[in-house]
Ligand binder design. Structure first.
Ligand code: ADP
Ligand code: ZN
Ligand code: ZN
Length: 740
């Protein structure tokens, strides 16, 4: 027998299988993690295949050592998925395989937790007789009494008495596995399902029909507050009845505690929640619980798509427009694509859900798309219980300035906030910048303080009275005079969350304000604490970044203020309008979700911009039409594929030279394969952010039409990136999350 093994080391040169002989007496199976001799050392590797014959002469082969674990760690469907990712994302197979199991399992760093437990061997009359005979051994009798109600961990028992009882044959000690379950939930904490609204019922009907007839792919487009979660739950319930399993992906566990609590509440011990705050042991045990079929509904962020479930019936990707589904590290996979692939492997129903689907996703639900790329559109147009969408008002901040209002709040927003607080309701204020003032500049010469390691302006943080770079974290004391001209007209401009919080306190001394952004959520469970304090009514104003825009459901929120709607509008990225539309629509959707009607005030310097107007109107369809026309005309995705290589390094000349050399090589390649007509090659240039953490950045960018041989061009670009000269890092990105 021969085993083909992928050695668990990341290096281009090792991205192939190595053959080993399997010694007699050792049993291995594909998907198993084994130890192998590799050069002078022992390494771990994944068995990808077994064979009876081998091309290499047997005397040249070494035998493999013991398996690390007795059972396979990568199941066959996940093995196939890893191979698919290897091709699709141009990554090493081992990098894809590593995603399939908890990191700590490699290298044998976690194990089952076992306990020695005492178990009573005697029952009935034999037990009573034993008790009679041992009347005087009070310690032993105490122990017997305790064990009558169940096995106990030996460590907690009197050891002399235990030893005596074992000797007499009354008690035995067994080694048992215990699970480290992070949030133990018994079945009786389950909550009942509400009666679905007609639209929800119709959606569930359509999806369950697909589930029962071989699967399907759907876009669930439901306005904010339309009850998408309930649709997922009922669909999953049906899947479980049919003996199948389910995965629910959410953008970030910490930011979607309600969604997680709902699913957990409905599915009890059937559910497993995978999140980054789990300890290594907990993560391992949850993984085992899933693999052993004890947990049948898995909830988690992006990487939960690799959960070792069998017979998957449903895969949900909630808030599918969120950028967190795309990995920005190698392998640069898109969890939505992987979900698509995995759903088709299992004949499952894939549901991508959102109130603001990404343009690319929505396009797939439009007529004229090829069947293999198609999503079927299922819509929820109404909020549950006929609740209205919130009323949105746009305020032109230029007018405020003319009227002499220098505050970051318009008169309108201040008035609405006053009314909201007087009526005993809650408000959410959204601004997509953290810190206090977003830049510091000299009035005399125009100098702006930038990070000397990164090509970005520094933000003033009031609490530590420091300027901070949001890219590398570097801090500086704020200058008292201009470093360029020496003038003392140094001023602070722009607003972030801290300034908004301060302004609320200044104008509304009676308000109880909480702030939620990266700076207030560094500690473990900080997200949940802040959200709980807001939910309980301890605070009545929540100020935050996009962290508060996602899926939150607070019944008492009557007012949402978007303090600066333009912040994300002018970023150097073709998706900046789409992001702005999504953010405003989502954050507006937090208002009026229960019996309190909602109001939204959107402040902007660009009130006629279609992204802002259509978000205020909550008219997704009109936005899609407008935005996709722009993308088509400007040749941006989803009408093209953007592929770029980002070069970075300390030596600016070397980075530049590498980019220019590849520009010529790539041009020659496009000529050679006659792909000039199907590709637009932009000149090698500095990246929009020229420097990050002291490293200079250049880019080589290509827009590719679908007629082009995408695989060949991407493979060529990957090869160029892999061959980058010493001292220059080159990364290929295909349709990346941002083009900074
Ligand atoms: P969405 O994700 O579409 O914004 P949610 O799933 O958060 O909406 O649901 C909004 C609110 O409506 C939640 O509080 C949810 O519990 C409630 N809800 C959903 N469906 C029903 C229903 N059929 N009857 C009563 N309440 C419902
Ligand atoms: Zn100056
Ligand atoms: Zn920096």
């Amino acid at each position: 027998m021969y085993a083909q093994v992928i050695v668990d080391l990341s290096a281009e040169a090792l991205d192939r299988v190595f053959s080993y002989t399997v010694p007699r007496g050792i049993e291995v199976a594909p998907g198993q993690l084994v130890q192998v001799p590799f050069g002078p050392r022992t390494r771990e590797g994944f068995v990808v295949a077994l064979s009876r014959t081998c091309d290499v002469p047997p005397e040249k082969l070494k035998p493999l050592y013991m398996p690390v674990r007795t059972e396979p760690v990568v199941m066959p469907d996940l093995m196939e998925l890893a191979e698919w990712m290897h091709v699709r994302y141009l990554c090493n197979l081992v990098d894809a395989l590593r995603l399939m199991l908890p990191a700590e399992m490699r290298g044998g760093r976690v194990h089952e937790k076992t306990q020695r437990r005492a178990h009573l061997r005697l029952t009935g009359d034999a037990l009573e007789a034993f008790v009679d005979k041992n009347r005087r051994a009070s310690k032993q009798l105490e122990l017997i009494e305790a064990l009558r109600s169940g096995d106990m961990e030996t460590a907690k028992l009197d050891s002399a008495a235990l030893r005596a009882l074992v000797k007499k044959g009354a008690v035995e000690i067994c080694e048992g596995e215990v699970r480290r379950t992070p949030m133990a939930l018994s079945d009786d904490t389950r909550t009942a399902d509400p009666t679905p609204m007609p639209e929800q019922a119709a959606a569930v009907e359509r999806l369950t029909t697909a589930l029962e007839t071989g699967g399907g792919r759907f876009l669930l487009h439901g306005v904010t507050g339309s009850g998408k979660t309930e649709v997922y739950i009922q669909l999953i319930r049906r899947a479980l009845e049919l003996g199948r399993t389910a995965i629910v992906l959410v953008p970030e566990i910490a930011l979607t505690p309600q969604m997680v609590a709902w699913l957990h509440g409905r599915f009890g011990g059937d559910a497993a929640v995978l999140h980054s705050a789990l300890s290594a042991g907990e993560r391992f045990d949850e993984w085992r619980r899933i693999r052993d079929g004890e947990a049948r509904v898995v909830i988690g962020a992006r990487s939960a798509i690799f959960a070792p479930l069998e017979n998957i019936g449903v895969i949900v990707v909630d808030e599918e427009h969120e950028t967190t589904y795309q990995s920005d590290r190698r392998p640069r996979y898109d969890a939505r694509e992987v979900a698509w692939k995995r759903a088709s492997q299992h004949g499952a129903v894939l549901v991508l859900g959102s109130a603001t689907p990404s343009i690319s996703t929505y396009m797939r639900a439009m007529p004229g798309v090829r069947p293999e790329n198609r999503l079927e559109l299922v819509e929820l147009r109404q909020r549950v219980k006929g609740r209205p969408l919130p009323e949105v008002e746009i305020v032109d901040m230029r007018g405020e300035f003319e009227r002499g209002n220098r505050s970051i709040f318009s008169a309108r927003l201040s008035a609405e906030l006053r009314r909201c607080l007087d009526e005993g309701h809650q408000a959410m204020l959204f601004i997509n910048r953290r810190g206090h003032s977003t830049f510091v500049s000299c009035r005399a010469c125009g100098y702006v303080v930038k990070c000397d390691q990164c090509d970005v302006t520094m933000t003033w943080h009031q609490a530590e009275n420091a300027l901070r770079c949001h890219y590398c974290g570097k801090t500086l004391p704020p200058p008292e005079t201009c470093p360029q001209c020496g003038s003392s007209y140094i001023k602070y401009f722009g607003a972030g969350t801290q300034k908004v919080q301060e302004e609320v306190r200044r104008q509304f001394p009676d308000a109880r304000v909480l702030r939620m952004d990266v700076d207030t959520t560094r500690e473990k469970n900080a997200h949940a604490r802040i959200l709980n304090r807001f939910r309980s009514g301890e605070a009545n104003v929540l100020v935050g970044t996009q962290m508060i825009a996602k899926g939150l459901d607070f019944p008492n929120v009557a007012l949402v203020g978007v303090v600066a709607a333009d912040l994300s509008l002018n970023l150097p990225d073709y998706r900046s309008v789409e992001r702005t539309f999504q953010l405003i629509t989502q954050v507006a959707g937090r208002a009026g979700r229960a019996d309190v009607p909602g109001r939204v005030v959107v402040q902007t310097y660009d009130p006629d911009h279609y992204g802002i107007r259509l978000a205020a109107a909550q008219d997704y369809r009109a936005f899609y039409t407008r935005e996709s026309a722009y993308r088509r005309a400007a040749m941006y995705p989803p009408f093209t594929v953007i592929a770029r290589i980002v070069y970075s390094g300390k030596d600016e000349a070397a980075v530049r030279a590498a980019a220019l050399a590849d520009e010529a090589r790539l041009g020659a390649f496009l000529d050679e394969v006659d792909a000039r007509r199907d590709a637009i090659q932009l000149a090698a240039a500095e990246a929009p952010i020229r420097q990050i953490r002291g490293e200079y950045r250049w880019q080589l960018l290509l827009k590719l039409y679908f007629k082009a041989d995408l695989d060949a061009v991407e493979a060529r670009m990957q090869a160029l990136a892999d061959a980058a000269p010493e001292g220059v890092r080159a990364e290929l990105e295909v349709n990346p999350n941002n083009l900074f």
